[in-house]
Write a protein of this length. Structure first.
Length: 288
């Protein structure tokens, strides 16, 4: 969805933020699910709705259409609020990236993508990219509800040298141990990280144009707010982390409703009858 105009008028027509809402658990959508039952559509949604096929490289399709479609479909996306510092130490930067994910725990490995350039220039690198190329270091901070407005302010395309820490009012944590970049002190959880791999991607329409850079980084030091951590230092309390995710367009989401689903073990949790049901269904599908 495109930004509303005028947005503040639209926002004023909506219910206020519910500060009393807390993360809580519900049942799953279908607590009576049995093996092979498939999707559950309690509201009578059409299981046979037609699909269309889209070629992302169709020359008549604007690249921006792919971007808008993908960010509205790949949701919710965790946000890596990435802080960096220039090699000479004079410039600090912090900016949110929703093309971000963890891919391994031993060692802790994360990936994020820096897409495009600053809106005001077709050639100027984004500040995060400039600093990462110089130093190979960053801090990944997880955004919580209480500073989402400040984090969004850090998206502004300020000129290089103007720190988003100052623009947003967030606090530099200059106590990082293994990287020179500051952490965001307001973040419940932060990860000092070092680049282990960089890869550029070019446009299929114009192979001379780098449209995205992917960084693979290793987490080398964690920072966790003490009151949010369990005694074993192995889990965060969702009530304290209160993470925010990105949706499509300018939309975000908060975590309120949660549910649990234990992972089943084939040998011990699946009955002989259900295993036979799966085998019979496989034979039916093989004949189609």
């Amino acid at each position: 969805m495109a930004p509303h105009a005028p947005f503040k008028e639209v926002e004023a027509s909506r219910p206020p933020w519910d500060s009393s809402a807390r993360p809580h658990y519900t049942q799953t959508i279908n607590p009576n699910y049995t093996i092979g039952s498939g999707a559950y559509r309690p509201n009578g949604e059409n299981n046979n709705a037609a699909h269309i096929s889209i070629d992302p490289d169709d020359n008549t399709r604007p690249p921006l259409a792919n971007y808008k479609l993908l960010i509205s479909a790949i949701v919710p996306r965790p946000i890596g609020f990435i802080s960096t510092r220039s090699a000479d130490g004079s410039v600090t930067n912090v900016s949110p990236f929703s093309f971000f994910q963890i891919i391994a725990a031993d060692p802790p490995i994360f990936v994020f993508g820096v897409n495009g350039h600053k809106p005001s220039s077709a050639t100027t690198k984004k500040d995060t990219l400039t600093n990462l190329l110089e130093t190979g270091e960053c801090v990944i901070n997880i955004i919580s509800e209480d500073f989402i407005d400040a984090a969004n302010m850090a998206c502004v395309d300020a000129p290089y040298g103007v720190s988003e820490f100052d623009i947003s009012g967030l606090t530099r944590g200059e106590d990082t141990k293994q990287v020179r970049a500051p952490r965001v002190k307001e973040a419940v959880f932060s990860i000092e990280a070092k680049v282990i791999e960089k890869r550029d991607f070019t446009s299929k329409r114009d192979p001379t144009k780098v449209t995205a850079t992917m960084f693979t980084v290793e987490g080398v030091q964690f920072w966790v707010r003490e009151d949010a951590l369990n005694d074993e230092q192995s889990a965060l309390q969702m009530e304290k982390l209160r993470p925010v995710s990105r949706l499509g367009g300018i939309s975000y989401a908060r975590v309120t409703d949660m549910f649990e689903l234990p992972r089943l073990v084939w040998e011990t949790d699946i009955s002989a009858e259900d295993k036979q049901l799966v085998a019979d269904r496989a034979k039916e599908n093989a004949g189609k």
